[in-house]
Design a binder for this molecule. Structure first.
Ligand code: TMP
Ligand code: ASP
Length: 260
C-alpha cells in the first residue's frame, strides 16, 4: 500500500495509481480547506463521509446514464476510478443565490434564481479560480465548443437529478461545483463527470429550517460540520450503524451484561 505511486495530491483528496492501466485510486482526506487553503483544519471523519456520499451519488448517476469516472468504492477512504484527463474548469450550477454570486451581484442569499445558472471558473489555484466565460474556454483551448455543449447538458441533468434526490430527503440543493474529464475509449473520447460530489462541493440547506448542512459550516465557523455531513449521509440512507462514530459528540455505549 505504501509503495504505490502518488499521482496527484489536492486539498481534500489524493490520487494514486490504480491496480490496472487506466485506473486510479481516489483517497479522501480529512483536510478541510477554504478560501484557497488560507483556512485549513483536519476534520476527523470527513473523508470517510465524503467517500460514502460521493459513492452513493455517482452510483445513482451512472444508473441514470450519466457517464462518470467512478468504478467502485474500495474501503472507508478510497474508491477506484477511471483515469481521465481533467478539464481545467470548475463548473458551478446554481438554483438559489448564495456565496460568491450573492457577493458579486448583490443578490440576497436564499433568493431563488429565475432559472438555474451555470458558471465556469478556471481551475487554477495561483489565480484563485477566476470566473470565466465560454469565450475564454474556447479561445484558450481549455475545451472545445462541442465539449462545452456536452458539459452543459450533463450539468443540467445532474442538477435535475440531485435537486430531486435531495428534496426527497428534506434538503434544498442551493448550488454545487462539478468537474469533468476526458475519457479515452478506443478511438473515442468522451466527457465524463469526475472528482466528487459531497457536502464539500455543494450547498445543502435543510428544507424546513434552512440550516446549512455543507462546507459553509466550516467556511463560516458555524461548527458541527461532521455532524451535518453525517446527517446528510443518514438521510441518504447510507450510514452503517456498525461503523464507529468518530465525531466529537457523545457516544452511546451499550452495556450488554450477557457479553461478560
Ligand atoms: P461559491 O459561491 O463560493 O462560488 O461556490 C459555489 C459552489 O461551489 C458551492 O456549492 C461551493 C462550491 N465550491 C467548491 O466546491 N470549490 C471551490 O473552490 C469553490 C470556490 C466553491
Ligand atoms: N475553495 C475551496 C472552497 O472554499 C477550498 C479551498 O479553496 O481551499 O470550497
Amino acid at each position: 500500500m505504501s509503495k504505490r505511486r502518488r499521482i496527484y495530491e489536492g486539498k481534500a483528496k489524493i490520487l494514486y495509481e490504480g491496480p490496472e492501466p487506466g485506473t486510479l485510486i481516489q483517497f479522501f482526506k480529512d483536510d478541510a480547506t477554504a478560501f484557497n487553503a488560507k483556512k485549513h483544519e483536519i476534520i476527523d471523519g470527513k473523508g470517510v463521509l465524503n467517500n460514502r456520499i460521493s459513492e452513493h451519488i455517482f452510483t445513482q448517476l451512472n444508473k441514470i446514464g450519466i457517464p462518470t469516472h467512478f468504478i467502485k468504492r474500495l474501503n472507508m477512504r478510497e474508491q477506484l476510478i477511471k483515469e481521465v484527463e481533467i478539464i481545467p474548469l470548475e463548473v458551478v450550477v446554481r438554483n438559489v443565490a448564495a456565496g460568491s454570486m450573492s457577493e458579486r451581484l448583490g443578490i440576497p442569499e436564499g433568493e431563488v434564481l429565475p432559472r438555474s445558472i451555470i458558471e465556469f471558473y478556471y481551475k487554477k489555484d495561483e489565480l484563485n479560480d477566476p470566473i470565466i466565460s465560454e469565450e475564454h474556454i474556447t479561445a484558450f483551448g481549455w475545451a472545445s465548443p462541442h465539449e462545452i455543449d456536452d458539459i452543459m447538458s450533463l450539468a443540467v441533468r445532474i442538477n435535475d437529478f440531485l435537486s430531486g434526490l435531495f428534496l426527497g430527503i428534506g434538503i434544498q440543493l442551493i448550488d454545487f461545483k462539478i468537474e469533468f474529464g476526458r475519457l479515452i475509449e478506443g478511438d473515442l473520447m468522451r466527457i465524463v463527470l469526475a472528482d466528487e460530489i459531497s457536502p464539500d462541493s455543494c450547498r445543502l440547506w435543510d428544507a424546513k429550517t434552512n440550516e446549512k448542512m455543507d462546507k459553509d459550516r466550516f467556511r463560516r465557523d458555524l461548527g458541527g460540520m461532521v455532524e451535518a455531513y453525517r446527517e446528510v449521509a443518514t438521510r441518504l440512507g447510507i450510514m452503517n450503524e456498525n461503523e464507529p462514530q468518530r465525531g466529537k459528540g457523545p457516544v452511546l455505549v451499550k452495556s450488554d451484561k450477557s457479553d461478560k
